[in-house]
Ligand binder design. Structure first.
Ligand SMILES: [Zn+2]
Length: 55
């Protein structure tokens, strides 16, 4: 099974947000600073890398 997140485990819960289908939970990775979004409905989590700044 492929994980679509980073491989770190030091996650900090930063909040939840209402989505179209239930609530999404947001965690920040304390190692790389990315954000992991976990949908409440059990779908695959996805990962937002920290460094997506426009240059
Ligand atoms: Zn990480």
């Amino acid at each position: 099974m492929t994980k679509k997140t980073c491989n770190h485990e030091n996650l900090e819960f930063i909040g939840s947000q209402k989505a179209e289908k239930g609530m999404n939970k947001y965690f920040r990775c304390l190692d790389c600073g990315g954000v992991i979004v976990i949908p409440e409905n059990g779908k695959t989590a996805y990962f937002i890398p920290k460094h997506e700044e426009k240059k």
